[in-house]
Design a protein around this ligand. Structure first.
Ligand code: RIB
Length: 301
């Protein structure tokens, strides 16, 4: 297998409630249905990366409760090394997402066990190729892990949710991936004056060598370390649910970078993976294979 990826990140049990619309303040609304799903940006990204022929390692924390058991069962059925996964005496992290029939989505995360990650217990695999981080675990853990990996390790930060940028941390990031909302928050910009090209350069000035801004159905745009701009429009598919689509983008991107693809090509594989993700029913997504992603990539050349 080509290369090793370590994902240090969040693991949640997602409670997903569908209703005709989102409730107003003070309102109690009757929902249509609820599902309980494996989630957390870290976990979703590790699962997406593990579809590709690279070695994936996941470090995270879950509780000893039923939610933790469900997460453990899902992860242990993937091709992921779980030596860095520990159970602690805290509630497993969770997210409650509300999705209206118009597709409008909102969510609240309660981090619980995710905040207890202690890096002294995390072994960094030898010759680690790619490290993947997000912002759903304690910030100190992210700041520390970048000091523990080899200098040659390519570090991807998916700055979700967006936090105030830290210069020393950002300067060690090879690739920053954000959506437009996170880009606006990192740059403290008014939505009305937001411009993607301008934002890419400003984000690069914060420290990361390369940046990608994802734009959902409109595709993505990025800037390489040499200042070259690359972008692709969205792949047109019938969308069933966008839940976790950004994570499938980041996980696949990390895997193809790990396999040695240049960033602009890895991003095209990532977009192919997200397109398949959103058009596939949630309970069928685990059946999406590397061959399906490569096929979707080829169809869009
Ligand atoms: O990106 C989607 C994920 O964000 C969900 O799985 C939820 O748990 C939150 O972490």
């Amino acid at each position: 297998m080509a290369g090793k990826i370590l994902v240090v990140g969040s693991l949640h049990l997602d409670v997903i409630v569908h209703s005709s619309r989102l409730p107003k303040p003070d309102e109690t609304l009757l929902g249509d249905n609820v599902s309980y799903r494996f989630g957390g940006k870290g976990g979703n990204q590790a699962v997406a990366a593990a579809k590709i022929d690279v070695q994936v390692f996941m470090a995270g924390r879950i509780g000893t409760d039923n939610f933790g058991k469900q997460i453990y069962d899902t992860l242990s059925n993937q091709n992921i090394n779980l030596d860095g996964l520990k159970m602690v005496d805290e509630a497993t992290g969770m997210s409650v997402a509300l999705i209206g029939s118009d597709g409008i989505y909102c969510a609240v995360v309660v981090s619980g066990a995710n905040q207890t990650i202690d890096l002294s217990e995390i072994a960094v695999p030898d010759d680690l190729t790619v490290l993947v981080l997000q912002n759903e675990i304690n910030t100190d853990a992210n700041f520390e892990i970048i000091k523990k990996v080899p200098k040659s390790t390519f570090i991807i930060l998916n700055a979700a949710p967006a936090l105030t940028p830290n210069k020393d941390f950002f300067e060690r990031i090879d690739l920053l991936v954000v959506n437009q909302l996170e880009a606006k928050m990192l740059l403290n910009e008014e939505p009305s004056i937001f411009n993607n090209l301008d934002a890419l350069r400003k984000l690069q000035n914060l420290g990361p060598k390369e940046v990608i801004i994802t734009m959902g159905a409109d595709g993505y745009t990025g800037i390489s370390k040499n200042g070259e701009i690359f972008s692709e429009p969205g792949i047109k598919v019938d969308v069933l649910s966008t839940h976790g689509a950004g994570d499938s983008f980041v996980g696949t991107l990390a895997a193809f970078i790990c396999k040695g693809e240049p960033i602009n090509i890895a991003a095209q594989y990532a977009q192919a993976s997200s397109a398949l993700h959103v058009k596939t029913p949630i309970d069928q997504r685990e059946k999406i294979l590397q061959a399906d992603i490569e096929n979707m990539f080829s169809l869009n050349q």
